[in-house]
Design a protein around this ligand. Sequence first.
Ligand code: BDR
Ligand code: CA
Length: 386
Amino acid sequence: MCKDSRKAVSRANISARNTTSRRAGFSAFIALVLAVVTFTGAPTARAVGNAPSTVAANPPAAPKKIIIDTDPGTDDALAILLALNSPELDVRALTVVPGNVTAQQGLENALKLASLTNRCDIPVAGGAQHPLFQKLITAELWHGANGLANVELPASKCKADPRFGPDLIIQMIHDSPHEITLVPVGPLTNIALALLKDPSIVPLVKEVVIMGGSISGGNVNAAAEANIYNDPEAAQIVFHAGWRLTMVGLDVGDKTLYDQAHLDQLSKTHGPENDFAVKVLTFLIGQEAKYGAGGGSPMYDPLAVGTAVDPSIVVTQAMHVDVESRGEFTRGETVANRRNAVERNVLHGDRYIIEGVDHVEPNVQVCTGVNADKFLQLLNSRLAGK
Ligand code: BDR
Ligand code: CA
């Protein structure tokens, strides 16, 4: 971020101490980011058109309409497979954001996944090319050189949708008011861009279920979770949009360890998706043993989808959450106020005196508990034999 931009963000953050000035500061922040939107822009060229659809038989009566915004990514791929094999969900679009891999690689991966599942009827659209204010950080270390555990899927039969991801999100929300659940499982750049371009989508969205954040330490460093760390300014915009937002963070994701026993179970069944998932999960368990804590691989993104499938899998608590953007050691941390209260310090001469305690409104349903066994069985059962 340039020096002036950082100053402006700082001003916005400092002014967030009381309600009136918070609104003013946030407006300044939005204005600043709108300028960046032009810079971020849409990709210049995309392939056009979609192949004929192959829709799963007997869809359930009223599945939840979701849009998955994703940076695919190994666990993103598993999340997409879970969603597409869950009758409770109606996946309306996949929009791609850079994160685990570049925007171009992510789009290719999303198209290959749509193709693997014979779902060329689902629009797959590229979006932002980089985070709002910082350089892209990719994670091939964790996801393989191609982002899909180095598994080479066949070339996609599906074609990219020509629309810009955030525009597609806006359009779909207006087309199905109060029906769309957004499930972002990557950095929040695309969602922030959609909000900045058309804030009127906020009351029209049914719910937002994100994979990201943590109230108990990070995975990138001591403080920050990767999706938030990779675009903290976008995350702050999304967290404070005023819609119902559930944060499926590391606090619960780290408890959903997919281990060798789960893998052995899934390896007994076969099918193109099942077999692909086994390869991806084998890779993930190996990477976790090499670089992580071992004991299995956390199913971060699949858990966000699992929460959309069955909210009873998680326990939530309403909290006021801000995203730290300036801390030397804490940039990208999701700072949760568990009591939803702040002391009111008023300057009296050369010191501040606490004059009261102000209530702060919760803006996030933070997942604090998870039924990991139930979720992991759901995941395996939905992938088995597919
Ligand atoms: C998140 O970061 C990415 O590497 C994963 O796909 C997941 O969305 C976990 O911190
Ligand atoms: Ca992801």
